[in-house]
Design a binder for this molecule. Structure first.
Ligand SMILES: C[S@@+](CC[C@H](N)C(=O)[O-])C[C@H]1O[C@@H](n2cnc3c(N)ncnc32)[C@H](O)[C@@H]1O
Length: 380
C-alpha cells in the first residue's frame, strides 16, 4: 500500500541522498559559501539536507521552503539532528511565501536533467527581488547546458511504434505527439554521433530571463543517423566546485534530457549539424531544430499532446465564465471556514447540498480536506 504516494516520495529522496557526488559537492560548496552568522534561504529543502549543511557551516538561521508534503519528514529529521531551533520550515512554493527577514545566501538544488528546466530561473529571480539581501551569494552560481546528437534507433523505434493495426484499430495518431515530447532516459556515450558542445551558460547570480536558448554547430565523429538531441548540465555550485550529469553519469540521481528527431537525419563522418534548443517560460515549452545534410527538422513540445480547444477556450484572457458545479462547492466550503465550524460539519453540509457533484461515498470529505489543506488556516 502506498498512502498518499509515500513510497515514491521516499524512493525519490532516497535516490538523491544516496548520490554521493551530488551530496558531497553541495556540502563542500555550502561550507565554502556560508559564513558563521549568515541567514540562509534553502528553496526546495526536500528532506532538509542542504539546510543541515548550512547549519553545520555556521548559519544563524535557515529558512527552508518546500512545496511538497516531504516537509513533514524534514521537520522530524531536523529534530532528530538537534537542528530544529535554527531551521524555520516554510511550507509552500517559494513564489508564494513571505519571510520576516532577507537572507545572505540562497542555496537550492532544483536542477533538472538539462539544468534549469524546472522553473529555477524564475524562482531565483523572484527570491532575489523579495527574499534576499542585495548582493546575496547564490548557490549554484551558474549552470552550463551541454548537448550532442545521438544515434539510438531502438529508442526512436520505441517512440514511433504504436499499436496501429491491432484488432482493426488505428492508434497511429499517437506517433506525432510521442516524437514531440521531451524524454528523460539515461544516455550512454556509445550513442554519441557528434562531439558534445556547450549550448549556453546561465548565470544565476545575475538577473536571468525565463526564456532562453541558443544555436550551436556540432561535428559528426562518425557516419550515422541522428535520432535525437541528448542534453545534460554542469553547474558551478561555488568557485571550483561543480556538479553535473555528463553521460554516462553512472550512480547519478539525474538521468538526461532527450529531444527526439521525428525524421532521423543521416550524417557523414565529419559532417556538420546546426542544432538549436530554446525554452519558453522556464522549461514549460521546448523548441528544438536540427539542420544537417540538407535536411531540417523543427519541433516543439507544444505539439507533444493534443490541443484541447475546450480547455483553451476556458483559459483565454477574453473568456467570461460562470462557476461550474465544483466551483460552487469550493465557494461553499471556503465560506464555511469561519473558525467555528468543524470539517466534519462542513462535510455533512456539502454532502447535503452537493449530492450531484460528490456521488461517491467519502468524496465530499476528501474534497473538503483538500480545500482545507491548501486554503485553510488554523485558528490561533
Ligand atoms: C531535487 S529536490 C532536492 C531536495 C533537497 N534540497 C536535496 O538536495 O536533497 C527539489 C525539491 O524542491 C521542491 N521545490 C521545487 N521548486 C520549489 C519552489 N519553488 N518552492 C518550494 N519547493 C520547491 C520540490 O518539491 C522538491 O522536493
Amino acid at each position: 500500500m502506498d498512502i498518499g504516494g509515500a513510497s515514491s516520495v521516499f524512493s525519490y529522496h532516497r535516490g538523491m541522498l544516496q548520490d554521493r557526488a551530488r551530496v558531497d559537492a553541495y556540502r563542500a560548496a555550502i561550507h565554502a559559501l556560508v559564513r558563521p552568522g549568515d541567514i540562509v534561504l534553502d528553496i526546495g529543502t526536500g528532506t532538509g539536507l542542504l539546510s543541515y549543511f548550512a547549519c553545520q557551516a555556521g548559519a544563524r538561521r535557515v529558512y527552508a521552503i518546500e512545496a511538497a508534503p516531504v516537509i513533514a519528514l524534514a521537520r522530524e529529521l531536523a529534530q532528530a539532528n538537534g537542528l530544529a531551533d535554527r531551521i524555520t520550515f516554510v511550507p509552500g512554493s517559494s513564489l508564494d511565501v513571505t519571510l520576516p527577514e532577507r537572507a545572505d545566501v540562497l542555496i537550492t538544488e532544483t536542477l533538472w536533467n538539462f539544468g534549469v528546466g524546472e522553473g529555477m530561473i524564475g524562482f531565483v529571480e523572484d527570491a532575489r527581488r523579495r527574499l534576499l539581501q542585495p548582493g546575496a551569494r547564490i548557490l549554484p552560481g551558474s549552470v552550463d547546458l551541454h548537448l550532442t546528437l545521438i544515434q539510438h534507433p531502438e529508442l526512436h523505434d520505441l517512440l514511433t511504434r504504436t499499436p496501429e493495426d491491432r484488432h482493426g484499430l488505428d492508434f497511429s495518431a499517437m506517433r506525432g505527439y510521442a516524437v514531440n515530447q521531451v524524454l528523460t532516459p539515461r544516455v550512454d556515450p556509445k550513442h554519441f554521433l557528434t562531439a558534445p558542445a556547450r549550448l549556453l551558460s546561465i548565470r544565476l547570480d545575475e538577473p536571468a530571463r525565463p526564456d532562453f536558448g541558443a544555436r550551436v554547430a556540432l561535428r559528426a565523429e562518425r557516419a550515422g543517423r541522428a535520432d535525437g538531441i541528448a542534453g545534460w548540465f554542469e553547474a558551478e555550485l561555488a568557485p571550483g566546485i561543480t556538479i553535473g550529469n555528463a553521460p554516462p553519469a553512472e550512480g547519478s540521481s539525474w538521468a538526461h534530457a532527450l529531444f527526439p528527431i521525428e525524421r532521423p537525419i543521416p550524417i557523414e563522418a565529419g559532417g556538420e549539424a546546426e542544432v538549436a534548443v530554446h525554452t519558453a517560460s522556464n522549461g514549460a515549452v521546448w523548441r528544438w531544430s536540427v539542420e544537417a545534410s540538407g535536411a531540417k527538422v523543427d519541433q516543439t513540445s507544444f505539439f507533444g499532446f493534443p490541443h484541447d480547444s475546450e480547455l483553451h477556450r476556458r483559459r483565454a484572457g477574453t473568456a467570461k465564465l460562470r462557476r461550474g458545479p465544483r466551483g460552487e462547492a469550493m465557494l461553499f466550503v471556503l465560506n464555511s471556514f469561519d473558525g467555528e465550524t468543524s470539517l466534519e460539519e462542513v462535510t455533512q453540509r456539502v454532502e447535503a447540498s452537493f449530492g450531484d457533484v460528490f456521488r461517491q461515498d467519502g468524496s465530499a470529505g476528501l474534497f473538503v480536506r483538500n480545500v482545507a489543506e491548501t486554503y485553510g488556516a488554523a485558528k490561533d
